[in-house]
Design a binder for this molecule. Structure first.
Ligand SMILES: C[S@@+](CC[C@H](N)C(=O)[O-])C[C@H]1O[C@@H](n2cnc3c(N)ncnc32)[C@H](O)[C@@H]1O
Length: 230
């Protein structure tokens, strides 16, 4: 790696508070320089890995506003079975368990799976992809997604999977970042460039296309809460 390249990588890493360990991980990945932004997006948000990601996604305040919105909406209690898709560090799972509900998390990042198992003992946490949920039809009474939807390249396919694993009448709550937050700390570059932003009607239309009923979108402070039932 020449000096100019190293400087560029260090600057990119520093934008997200990453340092020497992460530069080492980038080197070890052995990827072409053009792949750096994509690698960085994975490392910090799309498939988080490394010590910094453990700290960010294990912190009490990570996406706490989204977590609160989802839990207020779902009103979980004993007898509920929640699936949190893209569960990250597992704080939503932990809070769901505290209501008396059973909670299952799914994430495609091994680092996040391991963290969620630690942060939400009592939850089942599995490694897997949102597009192919490894659960039988009707296994859950509620499905949530917090700050994940933005990354999905096939949102209707994922929503169909969510509907499949919900029992009839089961509730969906999805929190995603609205377009007006593009370029802010909630959706910084280069992450924003690979993400998908939707208007409220467009977001509702995706859920309707996936077969959901009672679809609604609440929009506040730049975030969107999509709710529906199977
Ligand atoms: C920005 S983090 C949000 C984590 C957590 N839900 C929260 O609110 O703090 C996005 C999470 O979704 C996961 N994720 C993204 N795309 C996924 C997919 N297709 N299947 C499973 N997990 C996915 C990532 O690994 C990451 O843990």
């Amino acid at each position: 790696m020449d000096d100019a390249a190293e400087r560029r990588f260090r600057e990119g890493l520093a934008t997200f508070g990453l340092g020497d360990d992460d530069l080492e991980a980038w080197r070890a990945a052995g990827l072409a320089p053009e792949a750096f932004d994509d690698w960085l997006i994975d490392r910090v948000a799309r498939r988080p890995s490394g010590e910094h990601a453990r700290q960010v996604y294990g912190a009490e305040d990570v996406h706490d506003w989204a977590r609160r919105d989802i839990l207020d909406q779902l009103r979980l209690g004993p007898g509920d079975r929640l699936l949190d898709v893209g569960c990250g560090g597992g704080l939503l799972l932990r809070d769901a368990l505290a209501t008396g509900a059973a909670a299952t998390g799914l994430d495609h990042s091994p680092t996040m799976v391991e963290l969620a198992r630690r942060r939400a003992p009592g939850a089942e946490v599995v490694e897997g992809d949102a597009g192919q949920l490894p659960f039988p039809d009707g296994a859950f009474s509620a499905v949530s997604m917090s700050v994940v939807f933005f990354f999905l390249d096939d949102p209707v396919g994922v929503l169909r999977e969510c509907r499949r694993v919900l029992q009839p009448g089961g509730r969906l709550a999805v929190y995603t970042t609205g377009a007006e937050l593009r370029g802010t700390p909630a959706a910084p570059e280069p992450v924003a460039s690979v993400g998908h932003f939707y208007g409220d009607d467009e977001l509702a239309g995706l859920a309707t296309s996936a077969g959901f009923a009672g679809v609604a979108v609440k929009h506040h402070d730049g975030g969107q809460l999509l709710t529906a039932h199977a």
